[in-house]
Write a protein that binds this ligand. Structure first.
Ligand SMILES: [Zn+2]
Length: 413
């Protein structure tokens, strides 16, 4: 390869030289061997016409900086799959709000989200719980309450924000994981190891970089509290919060590493906390909500709503043991900040196959690797179309896609 081509290649495909899977690899990843003919059709018929290939990474994209191997259906079944138990089939959404200004976050907002989740995880129950904000008030914010004024560090914030996004989809082991382990460890370590600074300055610098303008709270403390409240019949309990979060780690040198995070999850304990504070387009700017026009506020509302819908579906899929997808364009593709708004809401056939195994658990013959009622796939498509139609035009393209897919599948049934 000539230098010019090599440079271009490096620029385009990044550190890990991501290659799109071949059609044979995609089909193999679906793991449809043994399934009924109808199920195979509903999952995969003409998939190349309906599902876009995964986008080749560009600078700043997730796959530019992360090595992803993908998780085939068989790998999922053998390792990560968490099936819905008939006694534990409710997804609890816990609404944890610190903000007094509830103008943007109304019940209507959650009606949209719950409606989508009921379709996406068709067959499972979704329950919304409001928790008094004692979760939040009990938190110790003292370490971070003194650096909320500086407006000149938006770039650094942006960088951290993207780093967080980049890590949004990593680490789905059954251990506790930050949802968004930061890539800026090195940077923080550098700060921490800089002996010219005293501890206080170090912490202040980190806080400046990560939390400018916002009062963050400790994700670990909230997660611990949520663990105590997981109902017996919960498949999982998902805390959604409008306040920025951080995690804190004690380093071997005795110093504290404070990292901004979107959230944290413990699959083992069936619990997750997720903050959408950084989804706010004005997160990095100290803009007062009241200074915005009605149109601007509505625009933010829609952006937030769409970002939360993408994040919450993906996060709950992680609770099922699903991992990042590299096979086709999919809601489970790893995502960096810049990619987030172009993310699609639906799963590719491979990830859908994984989800169907879970949500049709009672109708799944594990011994023979066979879904007993293949029509759950078709029914879910219809429910997704109906749910997205309720978003008043926000998902117009997606509704059209579901209609086309449904019309096509009708001819095969
Ligand atoms: Zn996928």
């Amino acid at each position: 390869m000539k230098k010019k081509e090599r440079d271009e290649y490096n620029k385009t495909y990044g550190l890990y030289k991501f290659k799109r899977p071949l059609p044979s690899e995609i089909e193999s990843a679906m793991g449809l061997v043994g399934e009924s003919i109808l199920f195979k059709k509903l999952i995969s018929a003409d998939y190349e016409r309906f599902y876009d290939p995964i986008k080749m990474p560009e600078e700043g994209d997730w796959l530019m900086t992360h090595k992803e191997y993908g998780q085939t259906y068989n790998e999922y079944i053998q390792k990560g799959c968490l099936q819905v138990d008939k006694d534990r089939n409710i997804i609890y959404i816990v609404r944890l709000f610190n903000s007094n200004d509830d103008d943007l976050i109304k019940d209507e907002f959650f009606q949209y989200i719950i409606g989508l989740l009921e379709a996406f995880f068709s067959g499972m129950k979704i329950a919304l719980i409001d928790v008094e904000n004692n979760y939040i008030n009990d938190n110790d914010n003292n370490d971070n309450d003194n650096e909320n004024e500086n407006e000149n560090e938006n770039n650094e914030n942006k960088e951290n924000n993207e780093n967080n996004e980049n890590n949004n989809n990593e680490n789905n082991n059954n251990n506790e994981n930050n949802n968004n382990e930061n890539n800026n460890n090195d940077k923080n370590n550098e700060n921490n190891n800089n002996e010219n600074n005293n501890d206080e300055n170090n912490e202040n610098n980190e806080n400046k970089q990560q939390f400018t303008g916002k009062m963050p709270i400790n994700a670990d403390l909230i997660l611990e509290k949520l663990k105590e409240d997981v109902p017996e019949n919960a498949f999982c309990l998902f805390g959604l919060i409008d306040t920025d979060l951080y995690t804190e780690t004690l380093l071997p040198n005795g110093k504290r590493l404070i990292k901004a995070t979107y959230g944290k999850r413990s699959i083992q304990d069936r619990v997750s906390i997720f903050s959408f504070a950084r989804f706010d387009p004005f997160f990095n700017f100290n803009v007062k909500e009241k200074s915005l026009s009605k149109e601007q506020r509505f625009k933010i509302y829609l952006i937030l709503l769409k970002r939360i819908c993408s994040a919450i579906t993906r996060e709950i899929c992680y609770m099922f043991g699903m991992k990042n997808c590299i096979f086709l364009s999919c809601c489970m593709n790893g995502t960096s900040g810049a990619e987030f708004d172009s993310k699609q809401i639906e799963l590719c056939p491979i990830c859908l196959r994984k989800l169907i195994t879970n949500i049709s658990a009672k109708g799944y013959d594990i011994k023979n690797y066979r879904v007993k009622n293949p029509m759950v796939v078709y029914d879910r498509f219809v429910k997704m179309r109906d749910a997205l139609e309720n978003f008043s035009g926000l998902y117009e393209n997606e509704v059209n896609w579901f209609n086309a897919r449904i019309d096509f599948l009708k001819t095969l049934i």
